[in-house]
Design a protein around this ligand. Structure first.
Ligand SMILES: [Zn+2]
Length: 87
């Protein structure tokens, strides 16, 4: 890293591509076993509070999503990466 930094606005285009993409076709990679595939292939459990999605290969928790008071919360704490293709 150097001392010439920008703020988060500098990556608005790339982040916008990730957040605007069709989420089920995004490619997610498991931090635990390094296997990857479309989000649509994750083992999913729905609860009244939200959803937890697990790696189909090793069972690690990859993604949590919940909607509370009009805000959607997303955690990718078990994922190494999430990739989308630009149209
Ligand atoms: Zn895994």
């Amino acid at each position: 890293m150097n001392d010439q930094h920008l703020d988060g606005n500098a990556v608005a285009g790339m982040l916008g591509a990730v957040l605007a993409a069709e989420p089920t076709t995004a490619h997610i990679t498991c931090e635990s076993c390094e296997q990857g595939g479309p989000v649509a292939t994750l083992t999913t459990y729905l609860t009244p509070m939200g959803a937890t999605l697990y790696c189909p290969s090793c069972g690690a928790l990859l993604l949590r999503v919940a909607e509370v008071n009009g805000r959607v919360w997303l955690s990718l704490s078990g994922a190494r990466s999430l990739q989308v293709s630009r149209p």
